[in-house]
Ligand binder design. Structure first.
Ligand code: CU
Length: 397
């Protein structure tokens, strides 16, 4: 009986599916398109290794196919082929050959490893409160279920105690899910976690580094040109792990400077009546978890949560995504994405799954529709919208 589809056709089809699925044109987490010197050094290691592996693959599978075909039993004779027991030269060859290839790869891998784990930072001049400070550019990255916090200490990290990540000393800038860096400078990262193990990964700028509770792991990134570089937690960390995303926004140094200045300011007291009522709701219901600088930063006792932290909302509007970088704060035309923000305030766990027993993520606050309107009016006073091209470039699906 003839089979409906020959085996080779099935093999070809599955091969094609696998190949084509690797060819997405719009892939923000593509590791093969480095956008900075650090990721480029990884790429220049992996490309030749992939080439060597490809050649080895072709040679071995080619030889296997030839041998399989040439020495197949076609039942034309009853004779048994000649039986051999070992071939000294062949065995030495296929032992020494791979060993040499592996040794060469090991040398280049080690060189890249040392390179990736070294630091080559130079200070950046930033104007803080009118005075210029030499900043050793290092940002503290804190993972928690299921979002990222980024903390900037412009006096450097030397005197900063990072050992208790649930109780970190006050920082100059605290932001969530979007880390802003200047282009052309190596930026050091001190990565830690407030709960379980996460992993920090901005593929266009460097490989992965785990965020481990009670440990501070050094890492670094650098971007050549302004742009938005997408990232994702890559260590499975529970229910909303896939919704724990982030973005690095690289700006020209002058734009970065302007960003720093605007972030350094505390919140401005809201003017409209609705926004003022919104601030009252904030102080009554949200301030036990969230901080707004100038409102409750002095009094906040830390969030009532497992990770003991919630995003700092002082400059919320200067970010373009929220809740682990999964929602757009703005519409594509640059206006507030009001329905999504209202839905978040109405019932956050319905928008982003958290564990039923609570104490993680943002709880459903039980606000009335009027209170939601007031809170939205208040949130809109927190920080300035970024340039339109950043809104467009940071948009998430
Ligand atoms: Cu995670």
């Amino acid at each position: 009986m003839k089979r409906p589809y020959p085996g080779w056709l099935a093999a070809l089809a599955s091969g094609a599916v696998l190949t084509l699925s690797g060819c997405a044109s719009d892939a923000p987490l593509d590791t093969l398109e480095p956008q900075g010197p650090i990721s480029r050094s990884i790429d220049s290691l992996s490309d030749p290794i992939f080439l060597v592996a490809g050649i080895v693959f072709v040679v071995i599978f080619g030889a296997t196919a030839v041998i399989w075909w040439k020495f197949r039993d076609d039942h034309s004779t009853d004779e048994f082929p000649e039986q051999v027991h070992g071939n000294f030269r062949a065995e030495v060859g296929w032992t020494v050959g791979p060993a040499v290839i592996m040794a060469v790869i090991a040398v280049f891998t080690l060189i890249s490893h040392f390179d990736l784990n070294s630091s080559d930072r130079t200070d950046i001049q930033v104007a803080v409160d009118g005075t210029t400070t030499s900043w050793d550019p290092e940002i503290v990255v804190v993972g928690q279920q299921w979002w990222w916090e980024f903390r900037y200490y412009f006096d450097g990290l030397d005197g900063v105690d990072l050992s208790d990540s649930r109780n970190l000393p006050p920082a100059d800038i605290v932001t969530a899910n979007q880390m802003v860096i200047p282009t052309g400078s190596e930026i050091g990262l001190s990565i830690t976690s407030r709960d379980v193990i996460h992993s920090f990964w901005i593929p266009a700028l460097n490989g992965k580094r785990d965020a481990v509770p009670r440990r501070v792991s050094p890492w670094k990134i650098e971007a050549d040109v302004p742009g938005v570089y997408f990232g994702q937690c890559t260590e499975f960390c529970g229910l909303s792990h896939s919704r724990m995303r982030m973005q690095t926004v690289a700006m020209e140094p002058a734009d970065f400077q302007a960003w720093v200045e605007s972030q350094m300011g505390p919140a401005v007291a809201p003017k409209g009546v609705a926004a003022q009522r919104g601030q009252e709701v904030f102080e009554g219901q949200c301030a036990r978890c969230h901080v707004v600088n100038g409102v409750n930063d002095a009094t906040s006792s830390g969030a009532d949560l497992v990770a003991n932290a919630a995003p700092n909302l002082t400059h919320l509007m200067s970010r373009t995504t929220y809740a682990g970088g999964i929602f757009n704060l703005y519409e594509p035309n640059g206006t507030l994405n009001r329905p999504q923000l209202e839905a978040w305030l109405r019932n956050a766990p319905a928008e982003k799954p958290a564990y039923a027993e609570g104490r993680r993520g943002m709880p459903a606050m039980g606000l009335s529709e009027g209170q939601i309107d007031d809170v939205v009016a208040y949130l809109q006073t927190l920080g300035e919208a970024p340039a339109f091209d950043i809104i467009a470039a940071t948009e998430v699906e």
